[in-house]
Design a protein around this ligand. Structure first.
Ligand code: FES
Length: 89
């Protein structure tokens, strides 16, 4: 599992990012930049419009569910960006 460091952030002001038929959003952590599927594990809410709480969880704006960033990074759909991919965004 990829461990997230404290002080993660969400690229909520960026335009939508689509890849392989999924919508992603950018998450920055102490371990790098990641594209995380913009779909809440609860009922599919847009995590991109949530916020990062003091426990390094993303709080979903739909029902206020809080999901550890480390668990979101461990999803099979999460993409860790390389330096070259970062320039393409
Ligand atoms: S859809 Fe995200 S907490 Fe319900």
């Amino acid at each position: 599992m990829i461990k997230a460091a404290a002080y993660s952030w969400i690229g909520r002001d960026l335009p939508p990012i689509f890849r392989d038929g999924r919508e992603y959003f950018l998450v920055g952590t102490g371990t790098g930049l990641f594209l995380v599927e913009n779909r809440c594990p609860h009922r599919g809410g847009s995590l991109k419009f949530g916020f990062v709480d003091a426990e390094d969880r993303i709080v979903c704006p739909l029902h206020n569910g809080a999901f550890p960033i480390a668990a979101l990074l461990a999803r099979s759909t999460t993409i860790k960006l390389t330096e070259e991919q970062t320039y393409e965004l």
